[in-house]
Design a binder for this molecule. Structure first.
Ligand code: M6R
Length: 606
């Protein structure tokens, strides 16, 4: 995680750096800092906490200069403090910012200390500043210094370094962590992603792993790990400036919940062929050749995968394995039964998911990236991309991206099933028609904010809450619990309701809130019995269900209903009230909804 930015060749670049950092704050917000090369040498401001703290410091102590670096930090090595905040400066000569983890930092630090280098922070990143310093002090050119530093470090990194004697030059490099170079008119930029560069330029170069580049106001010279000059394509990105606007809502999350009808409609459009039927980026032959699917994802995206497993197995009769990406990448999975790996990621940058996808690719599986950010690393590395079109998601808690992932996955399941002959074209078109109706139905569920507010208020004092669901609603229960815990810091767990009696029911005590998800599906009766068992032991049942199923749990303490829908689509519809509940509970508690503690939007470290 962490976001990095850099500018070379722009008058009074500090303001631009700060503005770009605002666009990257989703990557971490433990501390931030900016350094510029002013007339007197490097000048720097750093502050602990969210970017507002740095903005205030910058107002009190403006920084001048045409070139500089900025950083927003998600702490890995070293606590959250000003001295651990980036940029790091070595001997007033070299300034660096870094995203990632330098795994051999301890050994490098010992060597550098032995050679007389003094360190000011506890971070792994600071060794980079000293390695560059040592290289330049030995009289190396920028190209030689870049190659020398890269040859010594192990781990993941996106880094940018400046030397005080080369005010209009920056050395940048990456391995596994994302980095984009933006080419402007008389100035160049670097950033962790194209969003950071959106208002500055649309001409972007993405470095490959272990590339480094020497960036000047009018050029970017790129070298591979061996130091050989290489060409990397300039891509025109579609990023727009208006993407970080709250549009009149109090929080990005509130706005993004309201954008879900559009997220579904746009994603559906991307999954509809020119003949108007459901379509996927895989050809019919490709679909017919799929014998088994491994889904690789983390967090909310993993829950989307779990929902999809029910759909794909039921409709297409294709086996699906859902893997937590961070576990899969170090396993020695037996892949014989699987032909395809689908990496699901909103950001397309989650390092765990990227590495798991590479692992699957190396094992011979065809890789498909289901991503929301088209310029992301997973999108660029997957052999095929299946896009979600949720638009930029800024709130740390994923909402509209999840709904868009589910939309793409139900479309994929139906298209796969039809191509493989397990459903006919008529059933596929029927499912398509139901999905088409979803934006307006979901639009109606957005009216639930007022109904849910008192419930949210009552949850603010809860120490714990359980979410229960059965069958395809089990992953939605886990997603609901994740939303509550990450936003309001209330302990919450999602369970398969049939599993309660095998242990978790011991947690039930008088008044424990149990958020119960129920649809009018094949398991409705059994799910209702499981809720009865919880209610009988004193749980306070908060039923979230379709209108036609509400009567089945006539013992519920509170009921939230959504419109009736085809049982296949119930996960999409029942997700919305649990998102609203988590949002309003956090709002009532006064936590930071868009930037909850300890989290970051895009997790690019292991
Ligand atoms: O960008 P990704 O979909 O790969 O992110 C995966 C998770 O980090 C993400 O879903 C996380 O769990 C969110 N905070 C959930 O709201």
């Amino acid at each position: 995680m962490c976001g990095i930015v850099g500018v070379v060749g722009l008058q009074d670049c500090a303001e631009t750096l700060l503005d770009s950092l605002k666009r990257l704050e989703y990557r971490g917000y433990d501390s931030s800092g900016i350094v510029t090369r002013a007339a007197e040498g490097f000048v720097m401001n750093r502050a602990v906490g969210k970017l507002g703290a740095l903005s205030a410091t910058m107002r009190d102590r403006p920084l001048s200069g045409r070139s500089g670096l900025g950083h927003t930090r998600w702490a890995t090595h070293g606590g959250v403090s000003e001295r651990n905040a980036h940029p790091h400066i070595a001997n007033n000569k070299v300034a660096i910012v870094h995203n990632g983890i330098i795994e051999n930092h301890a050994a490098l630090r010992d060597e550098l200390r032995a050679a007389g280098h003094e360190f000011a922070s506890e971070t792994d990143s600071e060794v980079l500043a000293h390695l560059f310093l040592a290289a330049f002090d030995q009289g190396m050119s920028a190209q030689e210094a870049g190659a020398a530093v890269l040859s010594q470090i192990e781990g993941t990194f996106a880094l940018a370094a400046m030397h005080v004697d080369h005010p209009d030059m920056m050395i940048v490099a990456r391995n596994a962590s994302p980095l984009a170079i933006g080419l402007g008119d008389g100035a160049s930029f670097v950033g962790s992603d194209a969003i950071a560069l959106a208002p500055l330029t649309r001409n972007v170069i993405y470095l490959k792993d272990n590339d480094f580049a020497i960036v000047t106001p009018d050029s970017a010279q790129i070298f591979d790990a061996a130091g050989v000059s290489v060409h990397r394509e300039v891509v025109i990105v579609a990023a727009s400036q208006g993407m970080v606007d709250k549009g009149g809502f109090r929080h990005f999350m509130e706005k993004e919940i309201h954008e879900q009808p559009d997220a579904i409609a746009h994603t559906l459009a991307a999954m509809t062929g020119t003949d108007g039927t459901l379509s996927t980026p895989l050809s019919r032959d490709d679909l017919q050749a799929i014998d088994g699917i491994v889904m690789l994802a983390a967090g909310t995206s993993h829950y989307a995968a779990m929902v999809a497993r029910y759909w794909i197995e039921a409709l297409a009769r294709v086996p699906v394995s859902c893997e937590i990406a961070s576990e899969y990448r170090y396993r020695k999975p037996v892949t014989g039964a699987f032909t395809t790996a689908i990496a699901i990621s909103q950001s397309g940058e989650s390092l765990d998911t990227l590495m798991a996808m590479r692992h699957a690719g190396e094992a011979g599986l065809r890789t498909v990236g289901l991503v929301n950010v088209p310029e992301s690393t997973i999108a660029r590395e997957a052999s095929l991309v299946m896009p979600t079109r949720a638009g930029p998601e800024i709130g740390v808690a994923s909402t509209k991206a999840f709904i868009a992932q589910l939309t793409a996955l139900i479309c994929f399941a139906a298209a796969l099933a039809e191509a493989r002959g397990s459903i006919d074209a008529q059933r596929r078109d029927e499912i398509h028609e139901h999905i088409r109706g979803l934006p307006s139905i979901i639009g109606r569920t957005l009216g639930l904010f007022d109904d849910i507010r008192p419930l949210a208020h009552s949850l603010t004092t809860a120490r714990s809450a359980l979410y229960l669901g059965r069958d395809v609603l089990f992953p939605v229960a886990m997603e609901g619990a994740l939303k509550l815990k990450e936003l309001s810091y209330i302990h919450a767990e999602g369970f398969a309701s049939g599993e309660m009696k095998h242990g978790p029911i011991a947690l039930i005590e008088e008044g424990l809130p149990v958020i119960a998800l129920l649809a009018a599906d094949e398991v409705m009766g059994k799910a209702a019995s499981n809720l009865q068992e919880a209610s009988a032991r004193g749980a306070r049942i908060i039923l979230v269900t379709e209108e036609r199923a509400a009567h089945v749990v006539d013992f519920a303490d509170q009921v939230i209903t959504v419109p009736n829908v085809d049982p296949l689509l119930a996960p999409l519809l029942l997700t919305v009230p649990v998102q609203i509940l988590a949002y309003l509970t956090a709002f009532e508690k006064g936590t930071d909804v868009d930037q909850p503690r300890n989290l970051a939007k895009s997790v690019t470290v292991e």
